[in-house]
Design a protein around this ligand. Structure first.
Ligand SMILES: C[C@@](CO)(OP(=O)(O)O)[C@H](O)COP(=O)(O)OP(=O)(O)OC[C@H]1O[C@@H](n2ccc(N)nc2=O)[C@H](O)[C@@H]1O
Ligand SMILES: Nc1ncnc2c1ncn2[C@@H]1O[C@H](COP(=O)(O)OP(=O)(O)O)[C@@H](O)[C@H]1O
Length: 328
């Protein structure tokens, strides 16, 4: 994946040894424009074909050098505390920093500060964006000098969704969804996301997908081992910036599973489309519903969705945007 370049470091103010005292990284959330899912392998993971698009819901990860007498722990805090996000070693950003330290032999710690903008447990890879951000921020802070390919490999070890926020823009994912190649995309897309009151667990959605396939309850009947390739009509529509063509090509094999766990999402999708969305689908494993809209129609769609049972609010974002990058 050498074509996916990490952005060079923009150093913060110098700390001891002349290296930066802190490094700030921004990393995007995602929506899956297309997701097809095959039968799980012996490791329990499902082979996927997915088209990722990075959206302007941006996580900000700041990595701060600790004082010289600190014991070298990796700590995390959130700008706005959220009980759904763990602040211990299970946080994906902490796991990312720890993995990088182990991989490179770094013994110093780091204080991570995260500002979250991607809905938590929403199928939009917010935790993965934090992990990608922490990898890039710590690689810069510690001067460990891993190149983008090495960061991608570490990212894939943290989760199937972690490489994509490093890459950003629009990309085709294979394997677990972590093997990426860039896709050309022209123009700008506008999304309205309906945020759900309760998150959905990704493993639970994949498990329900397997049950639906086993019961023959998925449209089209049981699937083979291999996920269906992304249709040429979708990739062509992306290449030409044909928003209506992209809307027609939106597809998510996990949607039936998410709807079976959260039946109320059906009316969220229907309401968005009745209010003028070009199409609406479940994002990834859900429960966020992603409505592709025109700029002129965005406010009407958002208003129609707000106040629906189970919807706690909406957020508008454009796409695609760049992957993780160091900012001042
Ligand atoms: C479904 C997707 C679509 O982009 O995103 P989300 O909706 O969660 O954001 C991803 O595949 C989620 O990626 P991520 O959340 O990183 O998954 P991981 O931590 O690697 O795996 C969590 C669990 O999901 C299931 N899993 C994940 C990926 C995959 N290709 N097959 C799977 O079966 C497995 O049960 C695994 O134990
Ligand atoms: N940095 C993080 N941000 C959000 N959630 C995290 C983070 N680290 C671990 N988690 C845990 O991962 C779960 C899934 O998080 P998230 O990445 O937001 O959603 P999804 O996997 O649906 O894209 C959360 O419910 C939370 O318990």
């Amino acid at each position: 994946m050498s074509h996916l370049r990490a952005v060079p470091a923009a150093p913060g103010s110098p700390g001891r040894h002349g290296s930066p005292a802190s490094v700030r990284v921004e990393a995007p959330g995602k929506v899956n424009l297309y997701l097809s899912c095959g039968a799980p392998g012996p490791d329990g993971y499902h082979p996927l074909v997915t088209v990722f698009q990075a959206v302007r819901l941006i996580e900000r990860v700041t990595a701060r050098r600790q004082s010289a007498d600190a014991v070298g722990r990796i700590t995390i805090s959130l700008e706005e505390p959220d009980p759904r996000v763990p602040l211990d070693g299970s946080n994906l950003a902490v796991r990312a920093a720890r993995l990088l330290a182990e991989h490179t032999g770094v013994t110093e710690g780091v204080d991570l500060l995260v500002r979250k903008r991607v809905p938590v447990a929403g199928g939009m890879a917010g935790g993965s964006a934090d992990a990608a951000g922490a990898l890039l921020a710590c690689n810069t802070l510690w001067g460990t000098g891993l190149d983008s390919e090495e960061l991608m490999c570490l990212a894939a070890r943290l989760g199937a969704d972690v490489p994509f926020p490093l890459a950003g823009f629009t990309a085709l994912g294979h394997g677990r969804g972590d093997s990426l190649s860039p896709l050309m995309s022209r123009g700008r897309f506008t999304w309205v996301f309906a945020l759900a009151k309760w998150g959905l667990s990704t493993p639970a959605v994949f498990a329900r997908f397997d049950e639906l396939v086993a019961d023959g309850r998925l449209p089209g009947g049981p699937r083979g081992a291999e996920p269906a390739p992304a249709p040429e009509a979708l990739t062509a529509a992306l290449r030409t910036g044909d928003v209506a063509g992209v809307a027609a090509g939106l597809h998510n094999d996990l949607q039936a599973a998410a709807l079976s766990l959260r039946p109320e999402l059906e009316s969220v999708i229907a309401t968005a489309e009745r209010a003028g969305a070009l199409r609406a689908i479940v994002s990834g494993s859900g429960p966020t519903v992603a409505a592709l809209v025109t700029d002129a129609g965005a406010a009407v769609v958002a208003r129609a969705l707000e106040g629906l049972p189970g919807v706690v609010g909406t957020v508008r974002a454009d796409a695609p945007v760049a992957g993780a990058r160091v900012v001042r």
